[in-house]
Design a protein around this ligand. Structure first.
Ligand SMILES: C[S@@+](CC[C@H](N)C(=O)[O-])C[C@H]1O[C@@H](n2cnc3c(N)ncnc32)[C@H](O)[C@@H]1O
Length: 359
């Protein structure tokens, strides 16, 4: 049986029937050919096999550290909570099940494409307007969102930072260096600049700084210098093109080929660009400053981070809040996914969970 979060969207939104072009092989590699994973309602057994193999079905996302988050947030029926990063709605379903009857969840996401799909999926799963309030917004604007909803403060807040598997897997979003697509990397594609535009204008010094600050890249100066030289010959427009250019730079400055080290480096370059393009640290800093004013006394916040730049900020904000008396408690030691979850979902391996309770 499929987990509840895989309720098919198609059931809620019937459209004119169109014959699907079937992939002829057994294990499709291209996102568009994974029609079984993209239609869990029709191919439940195939999707269950993908999950059992420790993979995330295309077009979906598996929520991370659910039990630990539920424990920390300790939701009660009748309470009001915010999921700042709705994504596929995996955490949201669990929060909703504990807030009802009588409670409500406000579900934010900055991504207009996935936010509307997830809203439709949650509505189809029976979460009506009284319990689930979707708002397409950056979480840096939470104070304004609550004011517009005439909600003073809330009982609990969750933020599961970064990108979802749906965003990573969809080549047209340009988040992955493994599948070719436009070099975009925007969480909200209606906002400019795209990664291609950002890279077209950036100086070598600023690029090197972004590689260090956003991804702790040890070869930042070399990569930045060489990328700017190569950009003068050909603009960077595609994901695979940029990945290959980074690999070529590494090969030129190293005596031996090392695919895995190269992939790690390419991953860091993409992470640094994504963080810059979406101003992820800027909005996180703003959110952390405004967060206490959104929580009731005794209100709980849980934050999942996926790299050191994010975790550092959350740790510092919670510790300073504890010292100044804004928070009554926070975790000293970070919480991590258990071995079983890491095995079943490798994307959980880098997750760090921090929480705080409002004084
Ligand atoms: C890791 S996913 C969340 C997955 C979700 N918890 C689930 O169970 O399906 C992160 C989501 O946060 C969104 N996001 C990232 N930064 C954001 C921001 N500043 N404001 C609102 N949403 C943001 C992304 O668009 C993405 O959908």
């Amino acid at each position: 049986m499929l987990p509840a979060e895989f309720t098919p969207l198609e059931e809620s939104a019937p459209g004119p029937h169109r014959r699907r072009v079937r992939y002829a092989g057994k294990n499709p590699r291209r996102f568009e050919d994974k029609y079984k994973e993209l239609n869990p309602g029709l191919y439940a057994a195939d999707v269950a096999k993908v999950i059992a193999a420790g993979k995330t079905p295309a077009g979906s996302h598996r929520p991370i550290m659910v039990a630990e988050i539920l424990d920390v947030l300790a939701l009660q029926p009748g309470e009001t909570a915010v999921d700042c990063t709705l994504g596929f709605g995996g955490h949201a379903r669990e929060l909703l099940a504990r807030l009802t009857p009588g409670g409500r969840l406000i579900g934010l996401d900055v991504d207009p494409i996935e936010h509307s799909k997830t809203t439709a999926r949650l509505r189809a799963a029976g979460w009506g307007e009284a319990s689930f309030i979707p708002v397409r917004s950056n979480f840096a604007g939470l104070v304004k969102v609550l004011a517009e909803l005439q909600v003073d403060r809330v009982d609990a807040i969750l933020a599961d930072l970064g990108v979802s598997s749906m965003q990573l897997d969809d080549p047209s979003r340009g988040f992955s260096f493994k599948i070719d697509g436009p070099l975009d990397l925007r969480l909200n594609p209606s906002r400019s600049p795209s990664a291609a535009h950002w890279l077209a204008d950036i100086s070598a010094a600023k690029l090197a700084a972004a590689l260090v600050e956003n991804a702790d890249e040890p070869q930042a100066e070399l990569l930045a210098r060489e990328l700017i030289v190569r950009r003068a010959k050909t603009p960077f427009t595609r994901t695979v093109q940029l990945a290959e250019i980074v690999r070529a730079i590494l090969l030129q400055h190293r005596s031996r080929y090392d695919r895995s080290a190269d992939d790690d480096c390419v991953r860091r370059v993409f992470q640094a660009i994504r963080i810059a393009v979406n101003d992820e640290f800027g909005v996180l800093d703003l959110f952390l400053r405004r967060l206490p004013s959104c929580l009731k006394t005794g209100g709980r916040v849980a934050m999942l981070t996926f790299h050191s730049g994010e975790d550092r900020r959350v740790k510092q904000a919670f510790r300073e809040g504890l010292r100044s008396g804004i928070y009554a408690a926070t975790n000293e030691e970070i919480m991590r996914a258990g071995p079983e979850e890491r095995r079943a979902n490798p994307r959980s391996a880098s997750a760090k969970l921090r929480w705080a309770v409002r004084a």
